[in-house]
Design a protein around this ligand. Structure first.
Ligand code: FA5
Length: 338
């Protein structure tokens, strides 16, 4: 059996020597060391060898198997090295080829504008407050002095979930939630999503508002005008004309709507501003004493102002966009321009 083992070993080494491909080398492994291989088959007969010879033949068989495995590994490594060398010799590297551009993400323009608004108000000493997007009828309407059947409800085309639960139509309910749990002085903004059953070139069913609320003991309409004018000058440039127009909100008295001179035509009148030269940007006013009474404040002791602005409206004016719906279509050709 010893001679036969050595003969097979010699035969395997001979085959390895002429093997030029990896598949030929692995073929040697299968042919000699595989489960049905020649050496494996021979070793099955070890049981028939005399007890004295068995350990000697066994040791030799082991040595041969290990040595053959080693030769196979060497052979595979040298074939692979030879192939790599050949490939490198023939391969040409064109270092003038442009690199592959990795597309990078960026913030949505609405998030950018929202952050810009927040930064300006933080700089003016405001803090950030939050409230739920799914609201009760009480916080969205009743506590803001808009009782059931009040015509002001028509200003908000509301998505109702049930009779009492709805998607908030503005960020003003955050005012109520905050005043219920905190005593004045208050100076907050509340950015967030709001929802109205509304869709055309200047309205979408979901949009963003930033609410502002400042309550204390000596706050005037002059403070409101000052804060909002500073904000609008920071946002649109120091030369931007700002106009306060009398308006109505059930939760502020007096109330105003604030316009800036149309950024498209600089106030001369164009299609975008309906030839008026002005564009509405936000609603504001002095907090109605009835709202203070509802949250448990003494209306004779506190005063304050509130405002609510639409982020999409500001983004449209800032970037000269005439259709609000473009912001939500996720068209990369549009979004990539910001
Ligand atoms: C309000 O929502 C009041 N809560 C604002 C307010 C707060 C007044 C505090 C007084 C005190 P109004 O419905 O006008 O008001 O909305 C405010 C702004 O949201 C508008 O000026 C406009 O910029 C924006 N807006 C309203 N509806 C839509 C809509 N469907 N799509 C996009 N923007 C809208």
């Amino acid at each position: 059996m010893k001679e036969e083992l050595e003969k097979l070993f010699g035969e395997a080494l001979g085959n390895l020597k002429v093997a030029g491909e990896e598949s030929q080398v692995t073929q040697v492994r299968t042919e000699f060391l595989g489960r049905k291989g020649k050496i494996t088959a021979l070793l099955r007969g070890l049981a028939n060898v005399s007890p004295e010879q068995r350990p000697i033949v066994g040791r030799l068989a082991n040595e041969i198997k290990l040595s053959l495995e080693e030769k196979i590994r060497e052979s595979l490594a040298s074939i692979q090295a030879r192939k790599r060398k050949e490939r490198l010799l023939h391969e040409k590297l064109d270092i003038t080829l442009p690199g592959r551009r990795v597309p990078t993400g960026r913030k949505h323009p609405i998030s950018e504008v929202c952050n810009e608004v927040i930064e300006i108000f933080l700089g003016l000493g405001f803090q950030i407050s939050e409230g739920p997007e799914i609201e009760s009828d009480y916080y969205n309407f009743e506590a803001l002095n808009i009782p059931k059947d009040h015509p002001a409800r028509d200003m908000h085309d509301t998505f109702y979930i049930s009779d009492e639960i709805l998607l908030r139509t503005h960020t003003s309910p955050v005012q109520i939630r905050l005043m219920e749990k905190q005593e004045p002085p208050i100076q907050i903004i509340a950015p967030g999503k709001v929802f109205r059953c509304d869709s055309d070139v200047s309205h979408t069913p979901m949009f963003h508002q930033v609410e502002g609320l400042m309550v204390g003991d000596n706050i005037t309409f002059g403070d409101l005008k000052g804060i909002l004018t500073i904000f609008l000058h920071e946002m649109f440039g120091a030369k931007t004309k700002v106009r306060f127009r009398p308006s109505f909100f059930p939760f502020t008295e007096p109330s105003a709507e604030v316009d800036i001179a149309c950024v498209m035509c600089q106030g001369n009148g164009c299609r975008v501003c309906s030839s008026s030269g002005w564009m509405e940007i936000l609603g504001a006013g002095m907090v109605d004493p009835e709202v203070f009474r509802i949250v448990g404040y003494n209306p004779n002791e506190v005063v304050g102002f509130a405002f609510g602005l639409g982020i999409e409206r500001i983004a449209m004016l800032k970037y000269g966009i005439s259709d609000i719906r473009l912001f939500f279509e996720n068209d990369m050709r549009f979004l990539g321009q910001f």
